[in-house]
Design a protein. Structure first.
Length: 463
């Protein structure tokens, strides 16, 4: 019956789909930016340690809960403790919010891929190109709708024939592309106007070397919090996505291995993204040239590509195709987790559910895409930044809800259900859960405390 089509074929299909969710703009535009800002190698070391402790704990929990309950967030939390249904609903709301704007970002990337493919690389490097694009009231909407449509089509085709099938070819290609671009970045060489030579290797060393200059306790804490919030955005945890994907994993799959592979894939791509972006920016515009967030991808990089000359057109194409794959597989996972929850709540079939939700999100994407033109608003967010519609959605879902959900879920698992709830699932069929002790300590003590601090910081209470 329906259940059968709702499973990944095996470990590889699951790992690649989950890695598809994990690898996204977080890896491409946020990780390199943070690494450059937060002391290069210092950030890298902190981030890697956190992946192996904190990230591992949250990812293990989400996936194990999903497979144990065979349900998505709302159903899963309700099954664990009926009184905690509210946490399931809250978790469900994160992708519901993210979905309103993720296809808009996917649309921007698609637009740039088209721009580079049609040989307009020079135009894209102009100062106000990005601003004039997103403030237009047609093009961003059209591209957002296309991106949303493609996402919906894949999800419509189901877990194995849609999500898994697409991930199985997109993710390996993505990995190859990032490796190729990183190697190219390392070979770059450029003489600036004052006759000084800058090389990709120097940029790479700048990325790897821990910069301890001006390091105070406060700055260290800031770096720690940056790394932590990056981490769970990057692993797609605490938003129910990994619970949904976990619920599609067959009982004989070794979750320990799967968790490790997903972590390695996501962290590996993040590291490589830094290796392709930081040296390139370093060579052509120095350390000051790193933009934050979207401006890195849509403003700083096009300038770097332009400075590469003819090769830049080609590198630009490869880069934006990589970015499309990364964003599409994430967007798919966001929609899938909404679809899965709705199917369980309303007892509807996949096709009908996807159709209805697509209509809703085509409209929502159009509205958010128009947030820089017709529906322009400017709001000052509690963390001090100002933003438009897209940033508001992003702030609520990622800065407010996710740390809060992570905090509550560590309390639920660590203290109400007790860690054995997850450990039993990890050891199902005699599998060996090697980091069991670490998991226990993290989920009960360390993670709740860290999540609480992060929550205070990202909501502006602590600054
Ligand atoms: N994990 C993705 C990234 O690193 C981001 C993401 C957020 C994906 C929310 C799905 C849902 O970019
Ligand atoms: Na990621």
């Amino acid at each position: 019956m329906e259940r059968k089509s709702n499973h990944f074929s095996g470990q590889l299909g699951f790992v690649l789909a989950a890695a598809g969710s994990a690898v996204g703009v977080g890896n491409l535009w946020r990780f390199p930016y943070l690494a450059a800002k937060d002391g290069g190698g210092l950030f890298l070391i902190i981030y890697f340690i956190l992946v192996l402790t904190f990230g591992f704990t949250l990812l293990t929990s989400d996936i194990a809960i999903g497979r144990r309950t065979q349900k998505s967030a709302i159903g899963a939390y309700t099954e664990m403790k009926p009184k905690w249904k509210f946490l399931g609903i809250l978790t469900f709301l994160v992708p519901v919010l993210i979905m309103t704007y993720y296809a808009v970002i996917g649309g921007w990337i698609t637009k740039y891929a088209v721009v580079y493919l049609t040989g307009q690389a020079k135009a894209a490097a102009a100062d106000d190109y990005f601003t004039s694009f997103i403030t237009s009231s047609t093009s961003p909407v059209i591209f957002a709708l296309i991106f949303m449509g493609v996402t919906a089509f894949i999800v419509y085709n189901g877990v194995q024939d849609g999500i898994e099938k697409v991930s199985k070819w997109m993710m390996p290609i993505l990995l190859v592309l990032v490796v190729i671009i990183s190697i190219y970045s390392l070979t770059l060489k450029h003489t600036d106007s004052s006759g000084q030579v800058h090389t990709g290797i120097q940029g790479f060393l700048y990325y790897l070397t821990p910069n301890l200059e001006g390091l105070t306790v406060q700055r260290f804490l800031q770096i720690l919090l940056d790394a932590m919030s990056q981490l769970f955005f990057s692993l797609s945890v605490s938003m129910g996505i990994m619970i949904t994907y976990g619920s599609y994993v067959k009982p004989d799959v070794d979750l320990n291995k799967a968790v490790n592979q997903i972590e390695i894939f996501d962290t590996g791509v993040a590291f490589l993204a830094g290796a392709m972006i930081i040296p390139a920016v370093f060579v052509f515009s120095g350390t000051e040239g790193m933009g934050a967030g979207p401006s890195l991808m849509f403003v700083s990089l096009p300038k770097v590509f332009a400075a590469m000359g003819k090769a830049g057109i080609f590198v630009g194409i490869l880069f934006f195709v990589t970015a499309i794959f990364a964003t599409l597989s994430s967007c798919i996972s966001v929609l899938e987790s909404i679809v899965a929850n709705c199917m369980e709540i309303f007892h509807t079939g996949r096709k009908k559910t996807v159709s209805v939700l697509s209509a809703v999100y085509l409209a929502a994407s159009a509205i958010i895409a128009l947030g820089y033109s017709i529906f322009y608003v400017e709001v000052k967010l509690p963390n001090g930044s100002t933003g438009q519609l897209l940033d508001i959605m992003d702030y609520i879902s990622n800065s407010v809800m996710m740390p809060f959900i992570a905090l509550l879920s560590t309390i639920l698992i660590g203290w109400v259900m007790t860690p054995d709830y997850v450990i039993d699932e990890m050891e199902r069929n005699g599998k060996n859960f090697r980091r069991k002790k670490l998991y226990r300590i993290m989920i009960r003590y360390v993670a709740p405390v860290m999540m609480f601090i992060l929550f205070l910081q990202s909501t502006g209470v602590l600054s």
